[in-house]
Design a protein. Structure first.
Length: 75
C-alpha cells in the first residue's frame, strides 16, 4: 500500500471500527502468509491454505480500499 493510504488508515482506525477491523485482519493474513512462505517445503494442505489466505487478504484489501476511496471523495 502507498504511504498516503497507510496514513489514512492510521487516522481512520481510531474513528472507524470497520477500518480498524479490516486493517487488523489484513495484518493477520500477512503474518500467516509470511510464516508459510518461509517454509522450504509446503504440504498440499499448506498450499491450499496459502491460496485461501491470499484470497481473503485480497478481498479485505478491496473492502478497505473502497472505504478509503469513499473517505477521499467526501473530502
Amino acid at each position: 500500500m502507498e504511504k498516503k493510504d497507510l496514513d489514512l488508515i492510521a487516522e481512520m482506525a481510531d474513528k472507524s471500527p470497520e477500518v480498524k477491523a479490516l486493517w487488523e485482519e489484513h495484518l493477520l493474513y500477512e503474518k500467516q502468509l509470511e510464516k508459510l512462505e518461509k517454509k522450504t517445503y509446503r504440504t498440499p494442505e499448506e498450499e491450499r491454505v496459502m491460496k485461501e489466505i491470499k484470497k481473503k487478504k485480497l478481498m479485505g484489501k478491496t473492502k478497505l480500499q473502497k472505504v478509503l476511496d469513499r473517505r477521499i471523495e467526501e473530502e
